[in-house]
Design a protein around this ligand. Structure first.
Ligand code: PEP
Ligand code: MN
Length: 237
C-alpha cells in the first residue's frame, strides 16, 4: 500500500468503551493510524442518538492511550473545544461547513482540521470555508469529499469524484474521500474508494463497527471487521 495514504476508520458514533477499544485493537493490528468515531453526532432528527458527548471523547482518548492511534472526531460547537485538547484531528461535518464562527474558532487552535463538504455546497463554497480556517494561520486542512445531494435516491448521496482533482488543482490542501457517507451502501464502498484513489485522493475515511447491525447510527453503511479486512486487501492491491 502507498504508505502516504491517509486511512481513517472507525464507527459512525462512539457507543461504548468496549465498542471503541475493540475497534481500536482491530485497526492497530491492521496498521491503520487514525481512529474515527463521533462523540457529538449531528443527527437530522432530534430523536436520533445524539452521541455520548464528553463521555465519548474520554473513551476515544482511552483508545488513543492504549493503542497509540490518532483520533479524528467531530467538533459541533466551539464551546466544547476544551474537551478536544488531546484530540488529533478536528472534524467539521457537512452540516457545519458554513458555520463561520465555528470554522474560525476551530482554525484558531492550530490542530489539523478535516473539513467535510457540505451536503449542497459548491466547490467554491467549500474552498472558501477552508479559507476561513487558513485565515487563522492554520494550513493543516484536509478536505473530505463525501458526496452531494442530488435527485438520485438509490444512494444516500451522489459521489462527486470530480471534486477530488478539482480541489487538487485549485488548492494545496490534501483531499480524502468518504465512500461510506457518499453512498450509504456497503456494496458501493470499494468501487467508489477505488474511483477516488484513481482520481488522486490522498486517502479515505471508512466506517467500520464491531457489530454494524446493532449500531445506533448509519448501520446500513458500516463494514464489520471481516468486510473491512477484505476491503483493505483490495485497496492494498
Ligand atoms: C461523519 O463523518 O461522522 C458525518 C456525520 O459525516 P457528514 O458530516 O459528512 O454527514
Ligand atoms: Mn456516519
Amino acid at each position: 500500500m502507498n504508505k502516504n495514504l491517509i486511512l481513517i476508520a472507525g464507527p459512525c458514533a462512539v457507543e461504548s468503551e468496549k465498542q471503541i477499544l475493540k475497534t481500536a485493537e482491530f485497526l492497530k493490528k491492521h496498521n491503520i493510524k487514525y481512529l474515527r468515531g463521533g462523540a457529538f453526532k449531528p443527527r437530522t432528527s432530534p430523536d436520533s442518538f445524539q452521541g455520548l458527548k464528553e463521555k465519548g471523547i474520554k473513551i476515544l482518548l482511552k483508545a488513543k492511550e492504549n493503542y497509540s492511534l490518532n483520533i479524528v472526531t467531530e467538533l459541533m460547537d466551539s464551546k466544547d473545544i476544551p474537551l478536544f485538547k488531546d484530540i488529533d484531528v478536528l472534524q467539521i461535518g457537512a452540516r457545519n461547513m458554513q458555520n463561520f464562527p465555528l470554522l474560525i474558532e476551530a482554525g484558531n487552535i492550530g490542530k489539523t482540521i478535516l473539513l467535510k463538504r457540505g451536503l449542497s455546497a459548491t466547490i467554491e463554497e467549500w474552498i472558501n470555508a477552508a479559507k476561513y480556517i487558513q485565515k487563522q494561520g492554520n494550513n493543516n486542512i484536509i478536505m473530505c469529499a463525501r458526496g452531494i445531494r442530488t435527485f438520485e435516491k438509490e444512494t444516500r448521496n451522489t459521489p462527486d469524484i470530480s471534486a477530488i482533482p478539482l480541489i487538487k488543482q485549485k488548492t494545496d490542501f490534501k483531499v480524502i474521500f468518504d465512500p461510506s457517507h457518499a453512498t450509504g451502501k456497503k456494496e458501493l464502498i470499494l468501487p467508489m474508494a477505488k474511483a477516488a484513489l484513481a482520481a488522486g485522493a490522498d486517502g479515505l475515511m471508512v466506517e467500520v463497527h464491531p457489530a454494524p447491525k446493532k449500531a445506533l447510527s448509519d448501520s446500513e453503511q458500516q463494514f464489520n471487521f471481516i468486510e473491512f479486512k477484505k476491503f483493505l486487501e483490495k485497496i492494498n492491491q
